[in-house]
Design a protein around this ligand. Structure first.
Ligand code: ZN
Ligand code: ZN
Length: 350
């Protein structure tokens, strides 16, 4: 656990907002705080994992596992590579069929329509861990009671906030994009596909109603639940626990345990240090599945203008608190390769 520098800048609140939250220190979190995270996140996941051997042969089979895995990867990549890196932050440009495929894939995660997701997430970056952030675990304070309440709020409570993020303000680019707006509008259809598709496939695969039912349970309900928790953990866990390798003005952290199930999203500290970067696991040894798939898309000509990590941009931001170095796929040291931080992505990156 490491401290933010004392000089971490805070911004004045925009007109109509209350003053910024105090810049609380992460050292304040205790063992009990970590225990609470375990209850909120890890224990239900362990319970689901424990149910697998218990249910094997009694309502769970290979069909269910395969269908669940395929839907998990399509929806998870749709969120990570599509909703987050492409649509929210513009970290690469993509051919229209790939854009539509990513918008539909992310919709299968049942985390809301793409325009709503992007608007909320751009607002999160604009105010991260300060007044106005839709899901900061630090919103209630930094003692254990406030933090446990904040973790629950950042994880799932914020979804029940009746205030809706303005799409006109936060994603006018997507509102003007007809195919993407259409995918967003037809979200109920994609949610239905995500729920009923596995049942249909499971039923046809086993040619039985029982096969449809078990696929519905495992590959629809359990799979959606797992991906929800992994995504929500980026908002709760990755703003509270983990390592701080890059200087940011918020509490974002890198949390290695979630790197694989989140397709690289849990390298959240780098992400807040350089939001438009296409690779979040930019340090040596950090697995980032989404970055790998973006690279494949780039090689196929489906993606271009990819904002790969740039040592000129990232090196000055390293905190030096741990002995780490930038990994492969980082652009070279030459000034000609440098990407300045004032690229025209203020809304996307913040
Ligand atoms: Zn964040
Ligand atoms: Zn982001």
């Amino acid at each position: 656990m490491t401290a933010l520098p004392d000089t971490a800048p805070t911004r004045a609140a925009p007109p109509g907002q209350r003053s910024p939250l105090p810049d609380v220190e992460p050292e304040q979190s205790t063992f009990f705080d970590r225990f609470l995270v375990g209850i909120f996140v890890v224990v239900p996941l362990v319970a689901v994992a424990a149910a697998v051997p218990l249910a094997w042969g009694w309502g769970l089979g290979w069909h269910d596992i395969v269908i669940a895995a395929v839907f998990y990867v399509i929806a998870g990549m749709g969120i990570s590579m599509g909703f987050h890196r492409h649509f929210t932050h513009g970290s690469f440009k993509a051919a229209k069929p790939l854009r539509v495929a990513m918008a539909i894939g992310g919709s299968l995660a049942v985390e809301g329509p793409v325009l709503v997701w992007v608007a909320d997430h751009r607002r999160h970056h604009k105010y991260s861990d300060r007044e106005g952030d839709p899901h900061s675990p630090w919103r209630f304070g930094n003692d254990w009671k406030a933090l446990s309440k904040g973790l629950a709020y950042a994880h799932v409570g914020w979804l029940f906030d009746p205030n809706r993020t303005s799409q006109q303000k936060f994603c006018p680019d997507l509102l003007a994009d007809r195919p993407i707006r259409r995918v967003s509008k037809t979200f109920p259809l994609w949610a239905a596909v995500s729920l009923l598709g596995p049942a249909l496939i499971g039923g046809l695969w086993s040619m039985s109603w029982a096969g449809a039912l078990t696929a519905f349970f495992w590959a629809s309900l359990v799979r959606i639940c797992l991906l929800h928790h992994v995504t929500w953990s980026i908002n709760s866990v990755c703003h509270t626990f983990g390592t701080e390798d890059f200087e940011t003005r918020d509490k974002s952290r890198n949390f290695a345990w979630l790197a694989i199930p989140s397709f690289g999203e849990s390298w959240h500290n780098l992400h807040h240090a350089d939001p438009t970067c296409a690779r979040h696991g930019a340090l040596r040894g950090q697995i980032d599945i989404s970055a790998r798939v973006i690279r494949w898309a780039e090689q196929l000509g489906w993606a271009w203008d990819v904002r790969w990590p740039d040592s000129q941009r990232l090196s000055p931001k390293l905190t030096g608190l741990r002995n780490v170095s930038l990994g492969a796929m980082t652009k070279g040291m030459g000034a000609a390769n440098a990407v300045t931080s004032d690229q025209p992505t203020a809304m996307m990156g913040e």
